[in-house]
Design a protein around this ligand. Sequence first.
Ligand code: PLP
Length: 404
Amino acid sequence: MKRIYMDHAATTPVDKDVVKEMLPFFTEKYGNPSSLHSFGREAYNAMEKSRENIASLINADKDEIFFTSGGTESDNIAIKGIAYKMKEEITDYKGPHIITSVVEHPAVMETCRHLEKMGFKVKYLPVDKYGIVSIDELENSISKGTFLISVMHANNEIGTIQNIDDIGKIAKEHDIVFHSDAVQSAGKIPVDVKKIRIDLLSMSSHKIYGPKGVGALYIRKGVKLEPMIHGGGHEKGLRSGTENIPGIVGFGKACELAKKRLNEDAEHLTILRDKLIKNVLNIIEETYLNGHPEQRLSNNAHFRFTGIEGEALILSMDEKGIAASTGSACSSKKLLPSHVLMAIGLNEIEAHGSLRLTLGRENTDEDVRYVIDVLPGIVEKLRKMSSLWGKKLEIEKWKKKMKK
Ligand code: PLP
C-alpha cells in the first residue's frame, strides 16, 4: 500500500545528507569536546561549526547559540531562566510578570503554569478567530513588574504566524525581554534576530529534517539567565552535561540545508498546500479551514469537518496509508479538545472534528492528489455513521419544511 507522510509538524524524516554528516561522530570522531587531545578537538570543532550554521540561519552571532535537548528544553530554560534571575529584583508583584498567549505549545504553557505555582503572575493573552494575539491587548497588559513576553512565532497546530515584529517593538519600548518559540518557524520562514527585536528564541532540530533530541536557544548578548542544569559548566555554565555531538552535527547540517533551500521549499510547499486547501474545501461540503487564510506556514493545512470525529478520521486515513494528525503530537493521544482550537472560538464538537495535514519536502503533487481522491469518501463514510451528522440533516430538513 502507498504510504504518505503528512505529519511534518510532529516530526520530519532526517535528511540523508544530515545522516551522512552525523555518522562518523558515532564511531570514528567520538571524542568529548571538552578533552584536550585531537579526538576532543575534532568534536569541539564540529560542534562550533554547527553553532555557526545555526546562528547563520537566524542571523545571530555564533556565541549567542546554546545547545539544548530540543524545543521543550529551550522554552524551559528561556522562561524559567529569566524568571529565576528576576525573582530577587521584582518589587512590583501586582501586574503580570510574564505575558504569554493561550495558543502556546505546552512547553511554554506548562512552564508558565509551574511558575504561577512558584508565585509569579502570568497573563495569558486571548487570540482572534485566526489565532492572532492582539498587539493592543498585549501592550495594555504590561505593568511595572512585567519582565518577560513569550509569544510563539508560528503555531504548531493551525500554522498561524504571529506578528512578532510588532511584539518585539513593544518589548523593546518597554524594556522587557521577548522570548519566541520558533520551533515550527525557524528553517521554514525567514527569522532574523538582528531585524526583529527578539531576545530569546527556541529552535528544534527534528522539525527541520535533523535528528531528534537536540535543539538550541538563541540568547541575545547581554541577556542573563539562571542555569537550569548544574554540573561541569558546559555551554558557558548555562546547561551542563557532555554535548550530544552527533545530534549537534546533524542539527547544524539541517540548518545549513534549510537556509539554502528556504525559498525553494516554501515555493514547493505553498503550491501543494494551496491545492490541498482549495480542493478539500471545494469538494467536501461543510468543511472549513482553521487558522489564518494567508498568514500561515507554507506547509500547514488544518481543516474542520462538521459531523465527524477527528480521531476516527485519522484512523481511516491511516488505513489508506496517509499519516495525519488531529493537532499537536503531544496532545493527539489524549481525547481532550485542543486548547488552540478552543482558543480560536471552536466548540468541543468542532474542535474534535479537525484534521491537520502538514506537508514536507518529500511530498509530491501525486501525494496531494491521492489525499484529494481519498478524503471525500472517508468523510462521507464517517458522516453516514455519525449521529451528529444525522441530527444536522434532520434539523435542515425540518427547517426547510417550516419555511414552506
Ligand atoms: N514548541 C513547538 C511550537 C512545537 O511544535 C514543539 C514540538 O512539537 C515543541 C515546542 C517541542 O519541541 P521538542 O519536540 O524538540 O521538544
